[in-house]
Write a protein that binds this ligand. Structure first.
Ligand code: ADP
Ligand code: UDP
Length: 237
């Protein structure tokens, strides 16, 4: 499958058309951004790791009953995916307090919740991805009630799967962001990526951060952290 015209260049990936109107190619970059694009940098090798990791996890999720956009890994950085119309909601699942949750509610990081939480952000860079609830999403016609219920069901299923998977790698899944899209027939599938860019992953023993927070918070050892989680995942496949 060949890359045709570039459809979109995002902060972490480029998206290309193919000969098949139902398929796209995504190409993972080493570019990293944080705080809605205010902080910019490069994480060498990140694109290769995120491509591989996201594809391996999506294949496992597909087997466990969550439909995804994944079709075929083409090379180190490029993957063939099903074209979707993205539901403009960032779905965030949390198992432990961190990041904007801790800030918003004035709690410390690291509090283990009795049950996972779900929240949505309206995917809109100009507005800074504001928090939104399901009623607002329906009012704005971002999704229907039925689609939102499907998205919630899949998101919690992804959490159950990933929590267990990462635990077996000695990694604690703190929180993560998912994006869903609709195929041309309206079917909801998991899209975008699952990687240390989009998940908080802490070493289960030491609590060391093994994700993009090392970049956001200038903690150093960013490349090493991405390589470490990729190594643990590979050893577990
Ligand atoms: P951003 O848009 O936040 O800068 P990226 O750099 O990761 O993010 O760009 C990838 C873009 O491709 C995102 O807007 C994402 O919603 C979109 N996308 C992901 N998977 C698919 C898909 N299967 N079909 C269409 N668009 C997709
Ligand atoms: N996240 C993401 N993209 C975003 C916002 C958040 O992938 O645009 C992920 C982030 O990596 C973390 C989770 O979603 O794993 C929750 O992020 P949070 O709301 O705490 O926001 P942040 O601390 O990044 O402001």
């Amino acid at each position: 499958m060949e890359k045709k015209e570039q459809l979109y260049e995002g902060k972490a990936k480029r998206v290309y058309k193919t000969d098949d109107p139902e398929l796209l190619i995504v190409s993972y970059k080493d570019d990293a951004t944080a705080f809605n694009g205010l902080k910019k940098g490069t994480i060498t090798g990140k694109g290769v790791i995120n491509n591989r990791m996201s594809n391996l996890l999506m294949q496992r999720l597909e087997k466990s009953g969550v439909p995804t956009h994944f079709v075929k890994e083409l090379n180190d950085r490029e993957t063939l995916v099903k074209k979707v119309s993205i539901v403009p909601l960032e779905v965030i699942i949390r198992n432990i307090s961190a990041g904007s949750f801790a800030k918003r509610y004035g709690t410390e990081e690291g509090i283990v919740f009795d049950e996972p939480t779900i929240e949505f952000s309206y995917k809109n860079d100009e507005l800074g991805d504001p928090l939104i609830n399901d009623y607002h999403a329906i009012a704005l016609k971002l999704a229907t009630r039925e689609e939102i219920e499907t998205i919630k069901k899949y998101s919690f299923a992804v959490n159950s799967f990933l929590q267990k998977f990462w635990a077996e790698c000695g990694v604690t899944l703190v929180d993560f962001k998912l994006e869903f899209g609709k195929l041309s027939d309206g079917t909801i599938v998991l899209a975008d990526e699952i990687s240390p860019d989009t998940c908080r992953l802490w070493d289960s023993k030491t609590g060391e951060k093994l994700d993009k927070d090392r970049f956001r918070r200038d903690l150093g050892g960013v490349e090493e952290a991405y390589a470490e989680v990729m190594k643990r995942l590979s050893e577990h496949m």
